[in-house]
Design a protein around this ligand. Structure first.
Ligand SMILES: NC(=O)c1ccc[n+]([C@@H]2O[C@H](COP(=O)([O-])OP(=O)(O)OC[C@H]3O[C@@H](n4cnc5c(N)ncnc54)[C@H](O)[C@@H]3O)[C@@H](O)[C@H]2O)c1
Length: 404
């Protein structure tokens, strides 16, 4: 969060920013980091189609804010400079385009959109309106991921050649099979919905974007559960540790047509080969990355700050579990291991043109979503290798120059 020691002069120098939230559900909680009165930034409005979500939001912020069930009313307000869009994935395109057309700066939750065309329409609208667009790939702000990036950039493993990510999701049955996440029409796939984070990290760590992808996946467990809530009921998508084993889950979404195991292979445009594997009913919850270069390998154990370590092997061994060097990741304050306050601070810095590069970009967000879309196509089409459409050069150039 912003420093509490700001002087009155420093504050007066900073232009006031007023922010609104669209989608006050679970992820909407990240908006709390946007309210920084000491930094002249105020969270002043929220829109959600669900009045219960609005009421809960009002109670959490504990002061008077503008509330509406119609996001267009929020966008019509001239006293709102920027919006955080945290609605379900299938609404991102509509909400981001409407916000950019209304002249608002946008913080859009990942994945950018659920179709390739949707992603590119958002980028085109941002360019047309010269709008500020920032996509919330907060995994890049996880201290453990930043440590891996730092080691790679420092040459600790030589030239990167391959990168593998295994994603264990113990809470899959809680968070993704009881509501809209379970439906292809709302997400395209969980490979895209969850994997967008990791495809993005693999691109970032490897310094390239996927050119060709092939995938396999299966709905292997959750379709066996017959205990479903009614279509008009809201599923309880909160995590409950006692929901174990996975087949004991109750109250699943009436429609389940997304896969619960997803595996993909990617060839990047710089020749690096990467893999991503995701299972929605593992007993534990974390991401394990290993990156292998010409002179070594790094791997993370645990992914939350205060509870994780990155190990480096850069000498020849047989089995050697401790590594040649260990980098313990210290505890940081804030949700997602400290990543959420950092990404919001970065967004505010970007809004204010305060300089310094951002570690996320709309172009990289586009490539992670588009790779997820194409991987889903391969997965549902006999694992055929599929080429990922490249972004037009003029659009890429536009964001290249506005995003450094
Ligand atoms: N970066 C992260 O770590 C992270 C974590 C969780 C979720 N997310 C992303 O955040 C988004 C929201 O996920 P969630 O888990 O909070 O979902 P959610 O279902 O809990 O919340 C979505 C909210 O949007 C509201 N909504 C739906 N349609 C709307 C509309 N047309 N206008 C206004 N409000 C509308 C719903 O009523 C709900 O309150 C997703 O895109 C998800 O991928 C990101």
């Amino acid at each position: 969060m912003a420093s509490e020691n700001k002087t009155v002069t420093e504050m007066a120098d900073k232009k006031e920013i007023r922010l609104g939230l669209i989608g006050a559900g679970r992820r909407g909680a990240v908006a709390q980091y946007m309210h920084q009165p000491e930094n002249n930034v105020f969270l002043t409005a929220a829109a959600d189609t669900d009045p219960t979500a609005l009421k809960a939001f009002q109670e959490t912020v504990g002061r008077d804010v503008f509330l509406t069930e119609d996001y267009r009313e929020l966008l019509a307000r001239t006293d709102i400079d920027a919006v955080l869009i945290s609605t379900p994935d299938d609404a991102h395109e509509e909400h981001a385009i409407a916000a950019l057309e209304a002249g608002k700066a946008v913080y859009l939750e990942k994945p950018m959109a659920i179709t390739i065309e949707g992603c590119d329409r958002i980028l085109e609208t941002a360019r047309l309106y010269n709008g500020k667009l920032y996509v919330g790939h907060n995994l890049r702000h996880f201290p453990v991921m930043r440590k891996m990036k730092e080691l790679i950039d420092a040459g600790a493993i030589g030239e990167v050649k391959t990168a593998w990510c295994r994603h264990f999701i113990s809470y899959g049955g809680d968070a993704y099979f009881k509501d809209w996440h379970a439906e292809r029409s709302r997400t395209t796939s969980l490979l895209l919905q969850k994997g967008a984070h990791d495809i993005d990290i693999l691109h970032w760590l490897c310094g390239g974007y996927t050119e060709t992808v092939t995938a396999m996946g299966e709905l292997s467990l959750y379709d066996q559960i017959k205990d479903r809530h009614l279509p008009e009921e809201k599923g309880d998508a909160f995590w409950h540790m006692e929901n174990w084993p996975p087949l004991s889950q109750k109250g699943l979404n009436p429609v389940i047509d997304v896969e619960d195991i997803n595996m993909l292979l990617m060839r990047l445009d710089n020749g690096i080969l990467a893999t991503y594997q995701q299972c929605h009913y593992s007993p534990d919850a974390w991401r394990n990355y290993t990156i292998i270069g010409t002179e070594g390998r790094i791997e993370n154990f645990g992914d939350m700050s205060g509870d994780s370590v990155v190990k480096l092997w850069n000498k020849r061994h047989n089995y050697q579990p401790q590594g040649d060097a260990e980098y313990v990741i210290p505890e940081e304050e804030g949700s997602h291991g400290g990543a959420d306050p950092k990404i919001i601070d970065e967004f505010i810095r970007y809004l204010r043109d305060e300089g310094g590069s951002t570690i996320t970009s709309p172009v990289s967000a586009r490539y992670s979503a588009v790779t997820g879309c194409k991987a889903t196509e391969s997965l549902r089409n006999g694992s055929q290798p599929v080429r990922v459409p490249q972004l037009s050069k003029d659009l890429a150039d536009h964001f290249e120059t506005t995003f450094q």
